[in-house]
Design a protein. Sequence first.
Length: 319
Amino acid sequence: MEPVALELCEAIEEEWLAIPVNAVERSGSTSLPERRAHLWSLVLESRFIPSRVERGESGWQLLVLRPKFAAACSELRRFVEENRNWPPFIPPVRPMIENTLPTLSVLILLATFHNLTVLDLTIMGRHPVDWIEIGNAHGSQILNGQWWRLATALTLHADWLHLFSNLAIGGFFVVYLCRDLGSGLAWSLLLASGMLGNLANARVQLPSHSSVGSSTAVFAAVGILGAISMVRYRHHLRRRWPLPVAAALSLLALLGTEGKQTDIGAHLFGFLFGFGLGLLAEYLVGYCGRPGKLLNALLALSSAGVVLFAWWSALSFAD
């Protein structure tokens, strides 16, 4: 080959061509943002196609060698097509249900019940009723068949400070959860998580271990909210879910492990069961929608019925 022809072929092979934006995507735009230019360059690099990013007269340009021009355009078109509409749009914010007053009423009822437990009352022929004795989550008695303690223990508190701390901290999470899912579903999840947490705690603790308090359900509420956020924003994990999950774990570490009478096991199991049931609930709500008014009312009545039947069983067994 003639030296002149050889030099001409080498010059053609070394010629760098700018890839037009409309050759890759049908956006109607002819300018290439710097961030996208570098992203496309990385895509070509992964396919072993040399490229470089330069700033030209009309903006940023992605350059490739002439022999690789067609292959580069094909790879970029495939990349754009496969990643179209990704990441998915953040789901719209679900409108909150206005049920704050009923939720607060239940919390006030819990405080009222605490007042009743310190009075000398005669109920079902018993005087006085030792509510803590017949309703606490005693490990061996739960495992021996006294299932009602799983629920009754959630409604009892050692003193006013114990009650106030659970209502002040847990009230915020419970109100938010009820507004998000609906009162019936939220209370059903809290009760189920709290009872399962007490059951698991009874299995791992010493037979003589006993506890009272709604803190198991409070930590269940934190776990449920963390699970809901993780499922709802699963396509935006880096931006959305770490905050509520980190807040849940921080609350567990700061408030769930301090104090001589703190039941770490109940807090941990409440959180874990709440997280698990929260995952299931959010997937079902995402597929079927939130429960309607009738189903919510039935769930709320069922939860209240379980608690009342548990206390009736406790009082009947104590006779």
